[in-house]
Design a protein around this ligand. Sequence first.
Ligand code: NAD
Length: 285
Amino acid sequence: MKDVKGKVAFITGGASGMGLGMARSFAAAGMKVMIGDIEVEPAEKAVDELKSKGLDVACVQVDVTSMESMQAAADKTIETFGKVNVLSNNAGIAVGGKSENCSMRNWNWVVDVNLWGVVHGLQAFVPLILSQDESGHVISTASMAGMVGLRGAGPYNATKFAVAGMMETFAADHRKRNIGASVLCPGIVATNIGHSARNRGEEYGGAVEPNAKDRTADMLAQGLHPDIVGDLVLEAVQEDQFYIFTDPSLKHLIETRCERISAAYDWAASCKSLAGAKQAGGLPG
Ligand SMILES: NC(=O)c1ccc[n+]([C@@H]2O[C@H](COP(=O)([O-])OP(=O)(O)OC[C@H]3O[C@@H](n4cnc5c(N)ncnc54)[C@H](O)[C@@H]3O)[C@@H](O)[C@H]2O)c1
């Protein structure tokens, strides 16, 4: 989407971190932006900040775990701006722990926000984007944890791999249509994700106040500024770039994974069990 001026973007998790960075960059480029977030106060603060610069923004409370809430946010976007061109499925939370001992309530929380949240975004917004005679673009925020397995992050990894896979398929499904696709795979970015549990609902174990001694938050503070990610995502939308990586120094992690997979193919090709076996020789799709 070369010309973003006058286009309308809806961003989940737009009140903080990278979502806010995207809201700032998109609005400064002349887009109308609807910030969707579960946190009302920071969302309103973001709107005040951007409006004071003469930018066209609004906000709506949305809980991405709920299809109903996402549908209401889509309705509000159309009511406010008359159309929607760009969807950023960005809201997400971090849960640490191994798959086998992460509590089931945290498992449900991370899947509901990070995976179902993206599904709800696609279901509520893509039909609207496709129904218009204008170009569109969908960005979903995965992570480097959607590209490589990270120790002690099984549940988070599972959701982010799912998002990356879903977006690869989305891009293939819509290759011939006027809708671009991107998957954002950040490295470490200085956001509030270390304090994700501030938004954990009762059904998932309840909210936890940010802890000043939190080491994850300290590490995140060393990361890339989220406003730079906002600019990067805008550039990717304008240039129709699918994979968006924020830290080029992490490329070796992907290369190592590809090498291991490639070696596993060589192993399979030399295996006794597969020797001479009949194969389909392709995949559906
Ligand atoms: N910060 C990093 O280092 C990093 C790295 C890789 C991927 N990510 C991903 O980036 C995305 C953005 O996170 P961030 O780092 O900017 O964190 P952040 O906490 O600063 O922002 C996340 C936003 O999502 C909102 N949110 C949380 N639960 C929600 C819900 N149920 N419904 C609607 N909004 C909800 C929060 O209120 C917050 O405004 C997430 O998907 C995260 O997994 C972050």
